[in-house]
Design a protein. Structure first.
Length: 185
């Protein structure tokens, strides 16, 4: 890792959702030609109740790109579809719409929805949940251990007081040329 250089990183440490095998196909972040996508969370009853509703609204051309069996990859396909249907839709608006659709698909099932998406320049991080508390999510742009960096993580990476919690039901936007922005869902 010390030899790798990039202006933007998304890393994920995977612990398996019960019932989903740990294998390469289920390993995040997921990628397409434009975006990186990572989901920390779960959707209860996904395979038995939620996936059929989601797939019913998903354009069939997205199905071959889903190689694993986690809810995360299906959510990424739904997000890509939203962005393709309206090429002028800003990512933050697409994420708001995705959260609305998820609420319909899950129909009361507990859903932990911490999602991080990047277009290679910006990072969009959602902290949201339905029927439970959302997983923690923190960000900093001032930590001395990471000079000139903007970070978002599920846990504070240092003891620095510069780490701030992303409020529940919000989207954080990190842009290297702008201060952090928080938008309510």
């Amino acid at each position: 890792a010390r030899a790798l250089v990039s202006n933007l990183w998304i890393a994920s440490v995977r612990s398996a959702t019960e019932g989903n095998p740990v294998n390469h196909a289920n390993t995040q972040p997921f990628i397409d030609a434009e975006f990186l996508f990572d989901h920390n969370g779960l959707i209860d009853q996904f395979h038995s109740q939620v996936r059929p509703r989601l797939v019913a609204e998903l354009d069939p051309r997205y199905l071959p790109s889903i190689r694993g069996n986690t809810e995360s990859e299906y959510l990424f396909a739904a997000l890509r579809q939203l962005l393709e249907e309206d090429p002028d839709l800003p990512m933050e608006a697409a994420l708001v719409e995705l959260m609305k659709r998820i609420e319909q698909w899950v129909n009361g099932c507990r859903s932990l929805l911490t999602i991080v998406v990047s277009d290679g320049e910006r990072i969009y991080a959602v902290r949201h949940a339905l029927g439970d508390e959302p997983p923690t999510l923190y960000y900093t742009v001032d930590d001395e251990v990471f000079p000139n960096a903007q970070l978002v993580a599920s846990e504070r990476l240092t003891d620095s007081a510069f780490w701030q919690a992303v409020p529940e039901h919000h989207i954080l936007i990190l842009d290297p040329e702008e201060p952090p922005e928080l938008l309510s869902l």
